[in-house]
Design a protein around this ligand. Structure first.
Ligand code: SF4
Length: 203
């Protein structure tokens, strides 16, 4: 069976490639508070998805695309395919960046858009990321699809055991359940995934 890459993993990879490595190889470590948050988030999603279905959107449907060496597979929160155009909506219970959308959130949506464009033969697509404070809609361009493929290849390499870049920040690392293991591993110059520090948002 071909390996799977999930669009949500592209988002996690962009947040911190090293953290995705730990989660994939050591399992996710969730405290009580995080589990409670997850439960509340899923209730929030259920309400929004019921509203979306009433507006004609499809929600949480499994979609996939054979990419040759792997299968890209996931469930977009909401999507619409109409007149050869695709709209993917990603719902996030976080705050938006100052402008546009966080690049990791957008990459997740663009991966879904790539699958849907291929299936529907659509030439145009948009990703809308809905944050708690506002929404951002970005048109999917060819270079975005190339970035999705590039990031997916790196996620595959992480699954195979390559230790990627540690995207250190005081805020991110303070609440990371793997910070001790991560410090033990240390940092090497030019580790795979260093590009995630270049652009944090897109608009
Ligand atoms: S400690 Fe920081 S850099 Fe290391 S995996 Fe966790 S979030 Fe990433």
């Amino acid at each position: 069976m071909k390996p799977r890459v999930y669009p949500s993993e592209l988002r996690s990879y962009h947040y911190c490639p090293r953290l995705l490595f730990f989660e994939l190889h050591f399992g996710r470590r969730r405290g009580l508070l995080e589990r409670l948050n997850l439960f509340l988030r899923s209730l929030y999603h259920l309400v929004l998805q019921a509203l979306a279905r009433a507006r004609g959107f499809r929600t949480e449907e499994p979609i996939e695309l054979d990419m040759g060496s792997y299968v890209l597979k996931g469930r977009p929160d909401e999507y619409l395919v109409e007149d050869g155009k695709v709209l993917v909506v990603e719902i996030k219970t976080t705050r938006a960046p100052r402008e546009g959308a966080w690049l990791g959130d957008y990459l997740q949506g663009a991966a879904y858009a790539m699958i849907l464009m291929h299936k529907a033969g659509a030439k145009e697509a948009w990703v809308e990321v809905r944050y708690l404070d506002r929404s951002a809609r970005v048109q999917v361009r060819e270079e975005h699809l190339q970035l999705v493929k590039f990031a997916a290849e790196e996620v595959l390499a992480v699954k195979e055991g390559i230790v990627p870049f540690a995207n250190r920040s005081e805020r991110r690392c303070a609440r990371c359940p793997f910070r001790e293991e991560c410090l033990d591993l240390g940092d090497e110059p030019g580790e795979m995934g260093e590009w995630v520090t270049r652009d944090r948002s897109i608009f």
